[in-house]
Design a protein around this ligand. Structure first.
Ligand code: AMP
Length: 582
């Protein structure tokens, strides 16, 4: 595929000097131990994510700095300084201790992006718990499956969501207590397992002696998005904060005076690593917006809070593109200086669009729930090669392995993307699935499950999830390449591409396409899209078949579920759909 010309990386609008000003030099000198040295650690030894995120700022000159600008979906706004959060999270840690929490117990949250959820997660870490944040949009079965899998003892939720799970509580013998946050003070009768968050918080002391945790103690469980199968509980230790801190500083380029906005929900790893711990361990103010996606609301948030660094995802960017540049132009977005994206391949068209709409490109970066922090990225000092995920974060060694995951392949050859095991935020196990965990490592490499290539300059190019790659007429075709070409067509908002069986070619490429507003599905439009694709792609990669869909099935974190498109196309069982966005 032909790629568009290199795009200038750093914003020249503000002239802010990037934290990482020379990639090669930084790479040469980089030591994870030095990153750890920039954090505090616990007095007398040990490490706790919550201490690095909140306490160390609350005890110093930044105590009165606003850590959290919160805006509710009804427009209500609240501000919390580092010292506010210090006291509130201490209170919550005391609440948990009073309820009998022991070190290592699992505490899950199941709520919208309200301040109490953030306070609970951090307070639970202080008390030595392992936290498990869940999307509020999960149904009862998804919650039950996750809580049951890791035998959670506490669930922090709201009256409305408690109503969703009440029917399943009897099937969860380990779940002792539901802590109910009742912001709206709605009439809510609590049963014998339920306690009132506000009442307990009022009674609790705001001083707390942090539970002594070690860098290897488990801290966070995230169930993976399930684009390719049953969700697995990915476990991270307190040491992960070293990765959160370093990458937020050097990839997201966070500076002390930034106002940062990560649009992800803490139910997805991006919403914890970079929606809680990355910015706060750097002492940076961040915005949390409770509302969902709407182009005008999002732009209003940027304008109101004068957001400088914005971290979002391709699916959201495509929706902004769908709404059109004109909507962006109605707002004053001049505070923005740096834009990043993660979660899915970022189509080159989206990068170029960012340049048009905001005068800034989106910087793509790659990582997974399992990696805990960004591994491969485009940096402010480097020009972007649209379509590339960028280069490895210093301290991370990435390579491409052959089909047997044994030999490293030379530049240009496609294979398994693998990472040298041992970076601080590497996952420590899959809960209850140690064998599966072990199977992901080979000769000291962590096999990511993605296929990619590396170019001679060390830039990595995503091909697809190993399970999604299409084998057609002896060629391997990555869905991303085809989807990126299709979204360049003026009528196409989103595209999801799969392989369907074919007697001659083994598989042929089939595309599912949703259209931008103002375009209607028609046979003529299908032909036009196919003609357009032929100009952009190798003939084997051109979709043989195109179906129009009003929208593509996605996970709650916004990833296109190709597995589901394929199951539906072939009439196969849909498998686990708990993470499907409604
Ligand atoms: P999750 O663990 O749910 O966040 O999913 C991780 C997977 O999302 C990766 O293994 C990739 O398949 C995909 N992914 C994340 N970021 C990118 C990116 N920048 N480019 C391509 N794929 C990505």
């Amino acid at each position: 595929m032909e790629y568009d010309p290199i795009v200038k990386g750093q914003s020249h609008r503000t002239g802010v000097r990037p934290n990482l000003s020379d990639y090669e030099e930084f790479w040469r000198d980089f030591r994870w131990e030095e990153m750890m040295g920039e954090l505090d650690g616990l007095e007398g030894g040990g490490l706790n994510i919550a201490y690095e995120a909140i306490d160390r700022h609350a005890r110093g000159p930044m105590k009165d700095k606003v850590a959290l600008y919160w805006e509710g979906r009804d427009g209500r706004s609240e501000e919390y300084t580092f010292s506010d959060l210090y006291r509130l999270t201490n209170r919550f840690a005391n609440v948990l201790k009073r309820l009998g929490l022991g070190k290592g117990d699992r505490v899950f949250t199941y709520g919208d992006r309200i301040p109490e959820i953030y306070i609970s997660l951090i307070g639970a870490l202080k008390a030595g718990a392992v936290i498990g944040p869940l999307f509020s949009a999960f149904g009862p079965d998804a919650v039950k499956e996750r809580l049951g899998d890791c035998e959670a003892r506490f669930l922090v939720t709201t009256p409305k969501l408690a109503g969703v799970v009440r029917g399943t509580v009897d099937d969860l013998p380990s779940l002792e207590t539901l802590i109910i946050i009742n912001r709206e003070k709605t009439a809510c009768e609590l049963n014998e397992k339920e306690v009132d968050y506000e009442a307990l918080m009022t009674e609790a002391s705001h001083s707390f002696d942090m539970e002594r945790t070690d860098k290897d103690d488990y801290a966070i469980i995230h169930y993976t998005s399930g684009t390719t199968g049953k969700p697995k509980g990915v476990v991270h230790a307190h040491e992960a904060v070293v990765g959160h801190y370093a990458t937020a500083r050097y990839v997201l380029d966070l500076h002390r005076d930034d106002i940062y906005w990560c649009t992800a929900d803490p139910g997805w790893v991006t919403g914890t690593s970079y929606g809680i711990f990355g910015p706060w361990s750097n002492g940076v103010s961040q915005v949390v917006y409770e509302g969902g996606f709407r182009a005008t609301n999002w732009y209003r948030v940027i304008e109101k809070y004068k957001v400088t660094v914005w971290y979002s995802a391709p699916t959201a960017i495509r929706m902004l593109m769908k709404a059109g540049e004109g909507v962006a132009q109605k707002f004053d977005l001049s505070s923005l200086r740096y834009l990043c994206s993660v979660g899915e391949p970022l189509n080159p068209e989206a990068i170029l669009w960012g340049n048009r709409a905001f005068g800034l490109p989106f910087h793509d970066n790659w990582w997974q729930t399992e990696t805990g922090c960004i591994q491969i990225a485009n940096y402010p000092v480097q020009d972007i090669r649209p379509g590339s995920m960028g280069r490895p974060f210093p301290g991370v060694r990435a390579t491409i392995l052959d089909d047997n995951c044994e030999k490293e392949l030379p530049p240009g050859e496609e294979g398994h993307l693998a990472l040298r095991a041992g970076w601080p935020s590497m996952f420590r196990t899959y809960w209850n699935m140690q064998e599966l965990y072990d199977s992901r490592f080979r000769n000291g490499w962590y096999i990511t499950g993605d296929r990619a290539t590396m170019d001679p300059d060390g830039y990595f190019w995503f091909v697809g999830r190993a399970d999604d790659v299409i084998n057609t007429a002896g060629h391997l075709v990555g869905p991303f390449e085809v989807e990126s070409a299709l979204v360049e067509h003026p009528a196409v908002a989103e595209a999801g591409v799969i392989g369907v069986p074919d007697p001659l070619a083994m598989e042929v490429v089939k595309a599912f396409v949703s259209l931008k507003d103002g375009y209607e599905p028609s046979e003529e439009l299908k032909r036009d899209i196919k003609r357009f694709a032929r100009k952009k792609l190798h003939s084997v990669a051109c979709p043989r078949k195109i179906d129009f869909l009003p929208g593509l099935p996605k996970t709650k974190s916004g990833k296109i579920m190709r597995r589901l498109l394929k199951a539906r196309e072939l009439g196969l069982p849909e498998g686990d759909t708990s993470t499907l966005e409604e």
